[in-house]
Design a protein around this ligand. Structure first.
Ligand SMILES: [Zn+2]
Length: 487
């Protein structure tokens, strides 16, 4: 998953969290990778692309993590600092630790990267999705955008730091994980539950979201995902004894379900802001004029103006930033054209505003439907249906922390001079959610520059500009050193 926030926020923001003179890239801390560093980073990228890590019979995440494990061990990392751990033989996660020079009370920084990819079929592509092809200034292959580009850049970064003898002031951790895109063995969640000590951190940098948006080659805005909504599916079911359709009865599963869904259509979850969306809209207010500008000022006031919120909510991208949303996405009903339906079922997909739990939203759906004949059950990511939903809520985000945003902004502006950097709330979902739920702040940023209309994650002919890869490599090397602290 990547760049959803960019898609949603089509309005470019002229904003940065901190102001720094752009200066030269060297002054800002960018030390470009050497030819040898680049060659190695390209090799790693190629190797990862050519290992099929889909959640299919052909795919094997372990092959990817084991290949990276070998690179780290060959480079001289200590065995105990390169952990291949797993709940399933094909879904092994790799956790690497670069130790602080001296014992410290400062918690580590975790770079969280999934190495699984979405299925891709050779017949849909112009090249083999599991061959690394360089053509016309692009790298092609499944995962070149999501997210083997960042996996490879960070593996290369950790190898380079180690080779150069870099000793941070705090531990730096890199986790390469399974099943972010689907499957039963989500690595991020499993590591937190079973090996918290290995991945516990002051905060998480997750390159699976955020990034630099290009408009005809010009870098427009860098989005940093600073919080995200919670994804939840609910199975809403109406049942009925059924019977012959020539003798309809007063109660009817299809009517009951559609009436409930019509009530949902008319219902709007309460308007909310959190520190991230408030920062976002406060800066947007500086750019927007006319009614939209006035309305944004009015929603930022205390109390917010409900009429202004209602007007802005007509725009889906604003609306999804203001509240929890729930919408039916699938329907199944009936078993024959000449029979009364015994079952009518809808999937209702919700994107929950941070601070609320899936169970709280389930209860709210029951209230909205107001029909005790219906059942509202929770569907987990793995497809398991249960009578109740998790009580755990994504913690409302803190203010963007300076320790992350100051170097992030400075380095980003050194690479893309004049670009604005803004925190956003992601309306999609990534593995950050598991860390957010236990109170570890997560920042989603890839430092990958993509054209606005060239988001091919999960799609065919996925590709990455070669130049974007080199820039992200330079960014992560400098950023890791900034977060780790110098000797
Ligand atoms: Zn992803």
């Amino acid at each position: 998953m990547r760049l959803n926030a960019v898609r949603v926020f089509s309005i470019a923001l002229i904003f940065s969290l901190a102001f720094f003179s752009a200066g030269s890239t060297a002054q800002a801390g960018i030390v470009p990778a050497s030819r040898a560093d680049r060659a190695e980073a390209r090799e790693i990228f190629k190797e990862l692309i050519e290992i099929n890590t889909t959640d299919t019979p052909q795919g094997n995440v372990t092959s990817g993590s084991a290949a990276m494990e070998k690179r780290f061990l060959d480079a001289g990392f200590a065995r105990e600092d390169v952990q291949l751990i797993w709940p399933d033989a094909q879904k092994q996660n790799l956790v690497l630790r670069l130790h602080a020079a001296e014992p410290t009370s400062q918690k580590p920084v975790l770079f969280l990267c999934h190495i699984d990819v979405v299925q891709a079929l050779r017949s849909d592509w112009h090249t083999d999705p599991f061959q690394f092809v360089e053509k016309g200034g692009y790298f092609y292959g499944r995962g070149t955008q999501d997210m083997k580009d960042s996996d490879a850049a960070l593996v290369a970064t950790f190898l380079r730091l180690h080779r150069e003898g870099y000793k941070p002031k705090r531990d730096l951790i890199l986790a390469l994980t399974a099943d972010e895109e689907g499957g039963k063995f989500n690595g991020a969640q499993w590591l937190l539950e079973h090996h918290r000590d290995l991945v516990d951190a002051a905060y998480v940098i997750n390159p699976d979201s955020g990034g630099v948006e290009l408009d005809h080659g010009r870098a427009v805005v860098a989005d940093v995902e600073a919080t995200e909504k919670v994804y939840a599916d609910y199975e809403v079911t109406a049942t009925n004894p059924g019977g012959h359709s020539s003798r309809p009865r007063p109660d009817n599963a299809i009517y009951e379900l559609t009436i409930a869904l019509t009530k949902l259509q008319a219902y709007t979850f309460p308007f909310e802001l959190n520190p991230i969306t408030r920062t976002y809209f406060a800066n947007l207010a500086k750019q927007e004029t006319g009614q939209t500008g006035e309305d944004i000022h009015a929603i930022l006031a205390l109390p917010p103006d409900p009429a202004a919120a209602a007007r802005l909510s007509q725009e889906p991208s604003f609306n999804s930033n203001f509240r929890t949303t729930c919408v039916p996405t699938r329907l199944i009903a009936g078993h024959a054209n000449n029979a009364l339906a015994q079952t009518a079922q809808a999937n209702v997909n919700c994107r929950i505003f941070p601070g609320h739990s899936p169970e709280e939203i389930r209860q709210q759906l029951i209230t909205v439907f107001g029909d005790p004949r219906l059942t509202v059950r929770y569907v987990s990511d793995a497809g398991q249906v249960s009578d109740t939903a998790p009580e755990r809520k994504a913690i409302a985000p803190p203010e963007p922390i300076k320790e992350v945003f100051e170097p992030l902004t400075r380095l980003t502006q050194a690479i893309w001079p004049g670009i604005s950097v803004t925190p956003v709330m992601e309306n999609g979902a990534s593995d950050s959610i598991y860390f957010a739920q236990v109170g570890i702040p997560c920042y989603g940023y890839s430092a990958i520059a993509l054209e606005r209309d060239d988001d091919r994650a999960h799609g065919q002919d996925e590709r990455l500009p070669v130049d974007s890869y080199w820039k992200s490599l330079d960014f992560f090397y400098a950023f890791a050193k900034e977060l780790g602290g110098s000797k």
